[in-house]
Design a protein around this ligand. Structure first.
Ligand code: DGJ
Length: 731
């Protein structure tokens, strides 16, 4: 089709049914318009529109066309999922790049497209477009999964002979003008995923991430919603840019478009140069719609749980040695810790940092992935044998992408580090980053990890990444290296998983600095945060769970005093917080007294009983009227069972708080509601006069509707305490 024909064929001209697609799944409709040969435009993404016959669809298109008045160009401006300036769109362009200054603007024409249904129920739209004048091909994939989750990605091909330098590729989704508020996230080390709400006003809210890893302060999920949206109410549209390197996520509103959400990789100039025939594939950009944030999160969770690689075995209670012993590795101490862990019911034991090379503190040794002969004269065998002999799985900490300049590796291969040619990046935690796009560096790391996995009975790797990438260039070429590094890490993980399919991997990055759906495509758990202070964790886990299902969020019970904040918390608060995750322990249990060990064992046993529910059910949160109290929980997929936590994060202005609501249950079913041991012990003012009539094993019988709409009086708690409530459907 020529450009002239294309001009004649802007949306609204006679079209074919095949130019308009209505995909529906799990309460979501996606209407995509391909009329006129321009790139696909989303006419509707949101609530299910029901079965629409072709005439209605056609008229939906007609009534969606704006009256072209005051636009930057004559006629209307179709805004495609990859918006183009040639269409008259003057917002952030979808594609930026040049061929030595030329071909800075594109006008893609769709050559063909297909819609298919995949085996897993996903409906997939494939669009092939080209701009012959600019010498570029574009392949777009738009998928609507069976869970109503939307995702799209693009592959750009240089079809000309000379090099095309790509500056950026951004994919967008439209939201209506009724979305007037935004929610996204900031954060820092030990305080990941702090929510921030702003008005969705004209202009661009651009969340750029240049950390070379996903980052603590990534937008994470950028949500636009109707006024006052919460967990249970208000329409919400959220996007997630699934990329573990530099990336951007944005929300944009202008007088010619009511709202776009989008994302893509953030490229450094010169980082991606496509020679003749070269291709670039963007990250997946996900979109989730729902009424309330719980519904938005539920789509992500259900989709992840349906993936073939999703861990389906019970998530083992994990003892991690870090806050228990830090770098103080010796066999006696570590076997005693394993004994204590086994005694309270742990099922996996992870030896953290400090077992290799000269790594006796964080200044040296990274890169020397050989078991330290000084500390471990017989290798790790005595410890691994002891741990596995106790019936626990053995896990090992590694940080494969990093190197200390004070290491044998750095001394032997100073040219293997990411840097600009003339200088090394400023160190962070005394370390530099290994250039995994360097074939020999990659081969060395692969060989070392593979050898460790072959030599020892290792069921689990905790894969850490403890610094941002600064000045991250490929030393030899002097070109920017984050893109290549990100792809190399994915390749490395893929290759190791293929060689060792039974080994699970945790994504850790100084806590929760690498949490995104692309790293989670090849890992089985994320470390939520280095902060295991339960009060902080209530927030961190709650918001991490907006994207990540509970079974993938590492949540540990620490010692009485939190190492990262100095706060002291009761064991019930620490354990009742870690319960809503993949539970672990990070505490020198050798120092715990008998009563503490017995109490911890009771929580571990409760976790084992409840993890089937917690790791398959739907997470719910009450929209609280009292900001000092949170009610969150998990409801079984069939509505038959639920566990809730009532959490006092602070003192309340009211005493007692008033009735608290418990959402998400079957409104018409009756539930037996009662305290759930061991979270039935009330530590608070209420415990002195406890006369809460229903706070007994017999509890109360209420319908799901009463629980959601009226609620019930919970015990008066001391701040930074919680209790558990169970609701089981009665026949
Ligand atoms: C940072 C991680 O988040 C911690 O859990 C621990 O593994 C340390 N690194 C070890 O250096």
């Amino acid at each position: 089709m020529s450009a002239a024909q294309r001009d004649d064929a802007v949306p609204g001209t006679p079209d074919h049914d095949t130019d308009l697609h209505h995909l529906r799944a799990d309460g979501v409709s996606l209407v995509v318009d391909l009329a006129g040969g321009t790139l696909p435009r989303v006419l509707h993404w949101g609530a299910d529109l029901g079965d629409l016959d072709p005439d209605v669809l056609h008229d939906l298109r007609r009534v969606s066309r704006p009256m072209p008045i005051g636009f930057p160009v004559d006629g209307e401006v179709p805004v495609a999922v990859l918006p183009e300036q040639s269409a008259g769109f003057l917002g952030t362009p979808g594609l930026t790049g040049t061929r030595d200054g030329r071909d800075f603007s594109t006008a893609f024409v769709v050559r063909e497209h297909t819609v298919a249904r995949l085996d897993d129920g996903t409906q997939r739209l494939d669009v092939h477009a080209a701009d012959a004048d600019a010498g570029l091909g574009l392949d777009l994939v738009v998928e609507l999964t069976a869970q109503g989750l939307l995702r799209q990605r693009a592959t750009l091909t240089n079809t000309a002979d000379d090099t095309y330098a790509l500056d950026g590729l951004l994919l967008t989704l439209p939201v209506p003008a009724t979305a007037t508020e935004l929610l996204d996230f900031s954060g820092r080390w030990a305080r990941e995923r702090s929510p921030q709400r702003t008005a969705f006003t004209h202009g661009t809210r651009l969340r750029d991430n240049r950390r070379g890893r996903t980052g603590y302060d990534t937008a994470f999920v950028l949500v636009a919603g109707t006024h006052g949206f919460g967990h249970r109410a208000g329409q919400v549209w959220g996007v997630h840019t699934a990329w573990s390197g530099n990336h951007r996520t944005l929300a944009e509103r202008s007088h010619y478009h009511p709202g776009l959400l989008g994302g893509g990789e953030l490229l450094t100039p010169g980082e991606v140069r496509l020679d003749a025939g070269g291709t670039y594939t963007s990250p997946w950009v996900y979109g989730s719609w729902g009424v309330g944030l719980d519904a938005l999160a539920g789509r992500f969770h259900r989709w992840m749980r349906a993936r073939p690689q999703h861990p389906r075995t019970p998530r083992p209670v994990t003892l991690n040695t870090w806050e228990a012993v830090y770098f103080q590795h010796d066999l006696g101490r570590l076997t005693e810790l394993a004994d204590a862990a086994a005694a309270i019911g742990a099922e996996r034991y992870v030896l953290d940092d400090g077992w290799f090379g000269s790594r006796r503190d964080d200044t040296r040794g990274l890169g020397d992935w050989y078991v330290s002969a000084d500390v471990w004269p017989d290798g790790l065998h005595p410890l691994v044998d002891h741990v596995t002999g106790l019936g626990l799985q053995f896990g090992l900490w590694v940080e494969p992408e990093m190197v200390n300049p004070d290491s044998d590796l750095a001394r032997a291969h100073p040219d293997w580090m990411l840097q600009v040619p003339s200088r090394l990046p400023r160190p962070a935690r005394h370390q530099q980053v290994l250039d995994l796009a360097h074939p020999e560096a990659y081969a060395y790391i692969l060989e070392r990890l593979d050898a460790l996995l072959r030599e020892y009975d290792i069921a689990y790797l905790k894969w850490d990444h403890n610094r941002d990438l600064v000045d991250a260039g490929h030393g030899r070429s002097g070109t920017a290296g984050v893109h290549g590094q990100t792809l190399a890490v994915y390749r490395l993980l893929d290759e190791l998983r293929e060689r060792h399919p039974g080994v699970e991997i945790e994504s850790c990055s100084s806590g929760g600095g690498r949490v995104d759906l692309e790293i989670l495509a090849r890992t089985d758990r994320i470390w939520g945060s280095d902060c295991i202070d339960a009060l902080e964790r209530q927030q961190i886990q709650r918001w991490t769970n907006l994207l990540v299902p509970l079974e993938l969020i590492g949540a540990h019970v620490g010692s009485g005093t939190a190492h990262s904040t100095g706060r002291r918390h009761a064991l019930s608060f620490r354990a009742g917080t870690a319960l809503f995750g993949h539970l672990g322990i990070e505490w020198d249990l050798r120092e715990a007294d008998d009563a503490q060990r017995a109490e911890l064992a009771a929580w571990v046993s409760a976790y084992k009983d409840l993890r089937g529910l917690l790791h398959t059910g739907t997470t719910v949160h009450a929209d609280g009227v009292d900001p000092s109290h949170q009610v969150h929980g998990v409801v079984a997929a069939d509505g038959s069972d639920a566990l809730f936590a009532v959490v006092a994060t602070a003192t309340s202005e009211s005493l007692p708080t008033g009735r608290l609501t418990f959402p998400g249950l079957d409104p018409d079913a009756t539930y037996h509601v009662r305290p759930q041991p061991p979270g039935d012990v009330v530590e608070g003012l209420g415990s002195h006069w406890l006369s809460l009539p229903w706070w007994t094993p017999d509890g109360a019988r209420l319908t799901g509707r009463v629980l959601a709409e009226v609620g019930l009086q919970a015990p008066v708690l001391f701040p930074e305490h919680l209790v558990l409530v169970r609701a089981t459907r009665v026949a």
